[in-house]
Ligand binder design. Structure first.
Ligand code: 5RP
Length: 226
């Protein structure tokens, strides 16, 4: 296992320790939180932990189902006690970019429905300022080239995400425009500007959402709290 995969494993597994009996848990998407999901399944079996989970993507639902984790539809739970998710970047204020896996829309809906949000991050995810990781923006396929043009005019350097020869499709069958901003000066106003564009479904800036980040530091896990 390479160093980055090892870091994903230790933070992912550590996060599963934060899940308590009786909780409704939001399960994020990606390779790091997959370790949390697997560890959670282990705890359910060995400790008899009783939880219900809400998933943030088709991929996570499939993994959770294959491991026997009880899943609920978000509409069928009053609230989520704790959501554990990965991130693509986070800054010292624990604001972040998400959506590298294309699940940002459901991830954001689940996150804002949660009492607490923990992100699990390998060392590469910690940055001074957001933007080196291309910012994913989910857009409707209808008229996407016009949203693309508006983003281009604003200097965001969008690129249509592809899957082979076809545009990548999110779980809601939308497109993703990855914006190569490099350095985001004012994340809050950029998020507002993007979401005000008709046809933009959601952007990958997660501001004031994470309460804690579990960050891999060699073979240790640092806990950073907002
Ligand atoms: C998916 C996400 C993921 O949490 C993010 O891309 C991190 O993924 P990984 O844990 O595989 O590095 O936002 O939409």
């Amino acid at each position: 296992m390479d160093q980055q995969s090892y870091e994903k494993k230790i933070v992912g597994e550590k996060a599963a320790e934060y899940i308590e009996d009786g909780m409704t848990v939001g399960l994020g998407t990606g390779s790091t939180v997959a370790f949390t999901t697997k560890k959670l399944a282990e705890r359910i079996k060995t400790e008899g932990l009783s939880i219900q989970a809400v998933s943030t993507s088709h991929a996570t639902s499939e993994l959770a189902k294959s491991l026997g984790i009880p899943l609920k539809d978000l509409n069928d739970v009053k609230k989520i006690d704790l959501t554990i998710d990965g991130c693509d970047e986070f800054d010292p204020d624990l604001n972040g970019i998400k959506g590298g896996g294309g699940a940002l829309l459901f991830e954001k809906i689940v996150a804002v429905s949660s009492d607490k949000n923990i992100w699990v991050a390998d060392a590469s995810k910690s940055v001074r300022r957001l933007g080196a990781f291309p910012l994913p923006v989910e857009v409707l396929p209808f008229g996407w080239k016009h949203m693309f043009g508006a983003m281009e005019d604003k200097g965001l350097q969008p690129k249509l995400r592809m899957s082979g020869k076809d545009p990548f499709l999110t779980d809601s069958r939308n497109f993703i425009l990855d914006c190569h901003v490099k350095e985001i000066e004012d994340a809050k106003s950029l998020a507002k500007w993007l979401n005000a564009l008709p046809g933009v479904v959601e952007n990958g800036l997660f501001i004031n959402i994470a309460d804690q980040v579990l960050l891999a530091n060699n073979d240790k896990v640092d806990v950073i709290t907002r």
